[in-house]
Design a protein around this ligand. Structure first.
Ligand code: BTN
Length: 334
């Protein structure tokens, strides 16, 4: 498509003017076709300036989330991305698609969710313009308990993708939150569908919500001091497309071999709770104080309770609170 080729040409010479004639010649299309493509890109939100005698210039501050934009950075041919300006929940919609036999590698990416979901039935604050919300469909031959490993793969994938793009060092709060400077910047919700005949999972959906910048009117009061923007106030060119692709490339790769020791090690290296006091939160029970001792091979957390007893915590219904960190975008359902 001319539009995509014009965009690519402008991206290659970002922040510089390229004349319509030069674009037309290099792409073997008419100048009118170039002009139409530029107009269309501008309507889609790309910051393109056009000046007579100078041509067109794409600002490096461009951050337009698009399928084409993400595809440029994808290295795994098995990933099929669909992008939405707004969606109810990427996990919910992908679940319906999984039931209709969508293949492994189907990914939904959105700029906004109107009914974003978090763990334990809570809602996930997912406003437009400040976050990235995505879900990847996997079809591993595994038992449900092993889906925790995929959550761990996702945590490592997101942390590494962030690090590559912006040199931040996210820490992991067991089991599924990423923190930067003590604030939650990412939450992960892994959901599985069961095949009752085999007891294995027929699909797993890994949903990832990332806070990139502070929302225009700040986080709602109950999330202030808890959730934070991954990259502070820095503006990173094309950040959402790059981050979405960086996460998906890694997650597909790690998911294929989740037993790989290096993932466990990478996950443990980023775990911020080891040796710290935590509060163990089980539904319907009083929070219990404990010390986080170590990570088991299956990603369970070994803790010592105040009475000296050791306990193995598995994700699912149990979560922990670390005094200096908390639960990010999560809100109780009303
Ligand atoms: C949590 O922190 O409890 C997990 C939050 C997971 C949010 C992501 S955003 C993309 C995907 N779609 C959803 O509705 N939820 C997940």
């Amino acid at each position: 498509m001319t539009k995509e080729r014009v965009l690519e040409a402008l991206r290659n010479r970002q922040d510089q003017y390229v004349s319509g004639a030069a674009l037309a010649e290099s792409l073997h299309v008419s100048r009118t076709a170039v002009w139409k493509a530029v107009e269309q890109l501008r309507r889609e939100g790309y910051p393109i300036e056009s000046l007579p005698r100078m041509g067109h210039r794409l600002s490096s501050r461009s951050d337009v989330l698009s399928e084409f934009g993400i595809r440029q950075y994808l290295s795994d041919p098995g990933i099929r991305v669909q992008v939405f300006d707004s969606i109810t929940s990427t996990n919910t919609v992908l679940k319906q698609m999984a039931a209709e036999d969508a293949p492994e590698g189907t990914a939904l990416v959105a700029a906004e969710q109107t009914a974003g979901r978090g763990r334990m039935g809570r809602s996930f604050y997912s406003p437009k313009g400040s976050g990235l919300y995505l879900s990847l469909l996997l079809r591993p031959e595994r038992t449900p308990r092993e889906s925790t490993r995929l959550t761990a793969c996702a945590a490592v994938a997101v942390a590494e993708a962030m690090e590559e793009i912006a040199k931040v060092s996210p820490e992991i709060k067991w089991v599924n939150d990423l923190l930067v400077r003590g604030k939650k910047v990412c939450g992960i919700l892994t959901e599985a569908g069961l095949d009752f005949e085999t007891g294995r999972m027929s699909y797993v959906i890994v949903g990832i919500g990332i806070n990139l910048r502070r929302p225009e009117r700040d986080f709602p009061e109950e999330l202030r001091g808890i959730a934070g923007p991954a990259f502070g106030s820095r503006e990173i060119p094309d950040v959402r497309n790059r981050l979405a692709a960086g996460v998906l490339n890694r997650l597909m790769k790690y998911a294929r071999d989740p037993e790989a020791d290096s993932i466990w090690q990478k996950y443990r290296d980023r775990l911020m709770v080891l040796g710290k006091q935590v509060l163990v939160l089980s539904p319907g029970q009083e929070p219990v104080q404990a010390t986080a001792l170590d990570l088991e091979r299956d990603y369970a957390l070994r803790v010592r309770l105040a009475n000296g007893e050791e306990q193995i915590l598995r994700s699912g219904e149990i979560s922990i609170r670390v005094p200096e960190a908390a639960d990010g975008n999560l809100r109780k359902r009303t």
